[in-house]
Design a protein around this ligand. Structure first.
Ligand SMILES: Nc1ncnc2c1ncn2[C@@H]1O[C@H](COP(=O)(O)OP(=O)(O)O)[C@@H](O)[C@H]1O
Ligand SMILES: [Mg+2]
Length: 269
């Protein structure tokens, strides 16, 4: 966020996670989790393995009902809505493990992502008058633009299963973008990527934010987290132990302790 913007206006809250608890038959996966994601920002949720990050995503996107608490999206209570309804409102996720259809073309994979979205939504300003009336051509053109956006334009006709691992991860993001997210939740997008692929992903996530999409990120790669987040929320054993700018988080003693002295900058939990 630019200093000027910060000084003049506080962006509205897109997502409010209010006092969420998740219990799995005796195991407390999340305990009294409260945080907010301002519109247009990148907020990262970090913490060691098993801290509850994916569980939080499952609750926000309706795949799991919380034991207690509420999820509000621009004031609308998502807590009792189905994953489809939540996606149609613009709250869209990627999965920790890639979920692509290997036997279909890359372009077809992106087209499947479009079925999740609300009827009038498109990715960015891609609805051009000349395509009205030819729905298939319009959707294909939009899918092609999404592939271009993530850098897979030359792979559109390839079987998705033939893509390299890094390309499959990019396709996962393209499928999510096809659902026309307003709030995009990315679960470890850089997992298993090499440093140059990670750089590419950092660029993609920034460009998504620059298109006006709010981002909630779960990621272990601290270079990515500290480089792009406006706010970092740190979970440990299902509890928020710190929340703040990347700079404050890197120096927070509780956070450093949670990462067992690995140094948050390089932590690989
Ligand atoms: N469906 C489930 N049933 C039982 N326990 C679960 C389930 N999902 C997650 N857990 C447990 O909840 C805790 C948090 O898991 P998770 O949210 O996947 O952690 P993270 O994504 O931070 O690594 C872990 O102890 C995990 O084993
Ligand atoms: Mg996880």
């Amino acid at each position: 966020m630019s200093a000027q913007l910060a000084a003049t206006a506080t962006p509205p809250v897109a997502l409010e996670v209010r006092d969420i608890a998740v219990h799995f038959s005796g195991l407390v996966a999340i305990s009294r989790m409260t945080f907010a994601v301002p519109e247009g920002s990148i907020v990262s949720l970090i913490g060691p393995n098993g801290a509850g990050k994916t569980t939080a995503f499952n609750v926000i996107t309706g795949f799991l009902k919380p034991t207690a608490g509420k999820i509000l999206y621009h004031g609308t209570d998502l807590t009792r809505l189905s994953p489809d309804r939540i996606a149609a409102l613009g709250v869209v996720r990627t999965f920790q493990r890639t979920s692509i259809f290997g036997g279909c073309s890359v372009l077809s994979n992106v087209l499947t992502g479009m079925h999740q979205r609300g009827r009038t939504e498109t990715w960015g300003a891609l609805l051009r008058p000349r395509w009205v009336g030819d729905e298939d051509a319009r959707l294909e053109a939009e899918a092609a633009e999404i592939l271009d956006f993530v850098g897979l334009q030359n792979r559109a006709d390839e079987m998705a299963g033939n893509l390299a691992y890094g390309e499959q991860r990019l396709l996962g993001i393209a499928i999510a973008l096809a659902a026309a997210p307003k709030l995009l939740l990315l679960d470890e997008p850089a997992a298993g990527l090499n440093p140059s692929e990670t750089e590419e992903f950092i660029g993609v996530v920034k460009r998504i934010r620059d298109r006006g999409v709010t981002v909630l990120l779960v990621e272990h790669d601290m270079k990515m987290v500290m480089g792009i987040s406006d706010t970092v929320v740190v979970l440990n054993h299902g509890r928020i132990i710190a929340e703040g700018t990347p700079e404050t988080i890197q120096h927070d003693p509780d956070v450093i302790r949670a990462y067992l002295g690995q140094g948050v900058k390089h932590a690989e939990a």
